[in-house]
Design a protein around this ligand. Structure first.
Ligand code: FCB
Length: 472
């Protein structure tokens, strides 16, 4: 190692140590069922839309799937050991709906329920708080066959599933998230077809799916509360700081449309009880059947908002996704392996945007992280992901600044605990703070994980950068 790298690392560690975050701030890492679990048919699990989608030709960059992924279904104890080594306070994970209800509704699968019982008990024994997400994109295929998120009935099935999960786990799990990123799963899944179920129906598909998904959220909130008196219930949105590419009125209008589609459509519905007028007018005939009672259902009060933030969006007028008619501009700068601009200020700006305009009671950064090309273990046994380590310090400094200004940000979850199946990118763009050797399933905490552990304040130091003895 050259002395300049060593001194850069020392400087970063010093910044990590001096970060100030509010008392009680929750540090965690996040994952999603399909991205880590594997075992798609184990113990009576039903097929999900991601199981089906990955079988299509050419949809996943490396032709892979989540069939094995991190084999977390069998190796969950090792993953809890990693979380302990990282000093995490909390773990955000999702349930695979089709493990609990193989057909999405109707018959429950007791062995599927039992898996999450074991996981939750293991987390609690390790002193790690479970933050449970009900829906992270893996709709049971049987419900897709009946129309999926184009159908109002899916919203009702979702609420029934939420109630059953709450009844099963509510004695131990108090933090409940209904949906993860409706903007992405509705639009990438139904407008552009990049994600499951792979429908290419343009804005009409995105808007229709998003209304029914939000309706599902709104029905699930009281269903969860009915089972768990002291539940803290929220939703996770993927938000972007949107900037116009120029002061040209056409670009400004396009940026406003994009902000309306990705941010305000969802935030206004949940926090203001109605969709934004400009977007209702823009979507016009593309809108699904929005019934008079729907707005009030969707606006069921939530205890927190989860914000997934990865980038800003610099937007000009263009031709993408009529009637949004925008194009994304790439400002000069550095970019991650999934081509997201690395721009730490986005997290500060989005915290203010949300807090200033919507005043949620509490905000969690429910995902933030960076993709690289696949990494290798160096000859000293470490994975030196310096870029990612710096990313976390840079971004948490911005969180600290916003918290210092009174934004009620209560916690931060790194995306992601371990390298895993990154949807359409397959295994080509790892995001983990823990490396996974997919041939052997060995987990090895990366340098970014060590930095994260320092920030989480668990007294880990860099002299301990041996891979976990249990795992190496
Ligand atoms: C988010 C998803 C998550 C992961 C990260 C990189 O959009 O919620 O599953 O893919 O992006």
């Amino acid at each position: 190692m050259t002395s300049s790298i060593a001194s850069e690392r020392q400087a970063l560690e010093a910044r990590a140590r001096s970060l100030v975050l509010p008392k009680g701030f929750v540090f965690g890492a996040a994952t999603a069922a399909y991205q880590i679990e594997g075992a798609p048919q184990a113990d009576g699990k039903g097929e999900s839309i991601w199981d089906r989608f990955c079988r299509l030709d050419g949809v996943i960059a490396d032709g892979s799937s989540g069939d094995i992924a991190c084999n977390h279904y069998h190796l969950w104890r090792e993953d809890i050991a990693v979380m302990k080594d990282l000093g995490l306070d909390a773990y955000r994970f999702s349930l695979a709906w089709s493990r609990l209800f193989p057909l999405g509704a109707g018959r429950a699968n007791a062995t599927g329920f039992a898996f999450y019982d074991r996981l939750i008990d293991g987390l609690l024994e390790a002193g790690i708080e479970p933050f449970l997400t009900l829906y992270h994109w893996d709709l049971p295929q049987a419900l897709q066959d009946k129309g999926g998120w184009y159908s109002r009935e899916t919203a009702e099935h979702f609420a029934n599933y939420a109630a059953a999960a709450a009844a099963a786990y509510g004695d131990r799990v108090k933090r409940w998230t209904t949906l993860n990123e409706p903007w992405t799963f509705c639009w990438s899944g139904h407008a552009t077809g990049e994600d499951a179920p792979g429908l290419n129906d343009g804005a009409k598909g995105g808007v229709s799916a998003s209304h029914h998904a939000l309706l599902g959220h709104g029905l699930a909130v009281p269903a969860i509360r009915a089972e768990i008196a002291d539940a803290s219930v929220g939703i996770v949105f993927d938000l972007n700081v949107v900037e116009a590419a120029s002061s040209d009125p056409a670009d400004v209008a396009a940026a406003r449309r994009f902000d309306g589609a990705q941010n305000r459509w969802f935030l206004d519905a949940v926090f203001k009880g109605r969709y934004p007028d400009d977007m209702l007018a823009l979507y016009g005939k593309l809108l699904p059947d929005i019934r008079p009672q729907d707005n009030a259902i969707i606006a069921a009060p939530v205890d927190y908002l989860g914000v997934n933030i990865y980038r800003r969006s610099v937007i000009a007028e263009g031709t993408e996704l009529a009637p949004l008619n925008f194009q994304r501009i790439q400002p000069e700068g550095s970019y991650s392996a999934v081509n997201y601009e690395i721009w730490p200020r986005c997290i500060y700006d989005i915290l203010h945007y949300v807090s200033d305009n919507y005043a949620p009671k509490a905000i969690f950064i429910s995902e933030n992280g960076v993709a690289t090309k696949p990494e290798t273990v160096s000859s000293d046994g470490h994975v030196w992901d310096d870029l990612r380590a710096k990313y976390y310090v840079d971004h948490l400094e911005e969180v600290s600044k916003a918290a210092g200004e009174g934004v009620p940000v209560k916690g931060y979850f790194a995306w992601t605990l371990t390298d895993n199946f990154e949807w359409a990118y397959g295994y080509t763009t790892p995001f983990g703070i823990t490396h996974v050797d997919f041939a052997t399933q060995v987990r090895r905490i990366k340098y970014s994980g060590k930095i994260f552990a320092i920030i989480a304040g668990e007294g880990k130091t860099l002299t301990e950068t041996k891979p976990s003895a249990r795992l190496a």
